[in-house]
Design a protein around this ligand. Sequence first.
Ligand code: GRF
Length: 201
Amino acid sequence: MTMRVAVAVSGRGSNLEALLRALVPEALARVVLVLSNRADAGALDRARDHGIAAEVLPDPADGADWLVRLERHRVDLLVLAGYLNLVPAAVIARYRDRILNVHPALLPAFGGRGMYGRRVHEAVLASGARESGATVHLVDEVYDRGAILAQTRVPVLPGDTPDTLAARVLVAEHRLLPAVVLAAATAGRPVPLPDTVESTS
Ligand code: GRF
């Protein structure tokens, strides 16, 4: 059985693109729906370019509306890829342990409400940490708290700025998220992957 995946987005969608590229026609998972809280999200255009249903949530807090959309597309797995709002409790309850999020740091550090985008990398640099990375975790009712399924570590290099660090972490995200989705499709549910380390690049 092919695992039917919905992806929730708020921004440009480079993780969505990486996932779509990884899910080749014979893959055990397929993106069937892209949802966004923002009508101007670049990720929606990427979905349309791939011929995938792209829908804007008129009220992102309306769990019943989410569920109607997810069930209309018979979604098995929900992936948050740059989705910046909390997922409504009704959706968490219905899709418990079947919702993933990718975060641009090594959780549990540098996560939580307000920790997204550039702020994350600024905080990592300000802390003097020698490494950062990407995390894919299960989603529950609290930002970035769910069980960690996989992490990739990348070095923080001398002279790094939030932008250079973000770019290095993004490369790791684009590999890690598809790997976790494909493992979930093989196992029939999200499963942990062994941690990986990216070389200096
Ligand atoms: C990524 O860094 C992701 O980890 C974070 O938001 C960013 C989204 O980037 N949650 P994109 O829209 O996938 O390019």
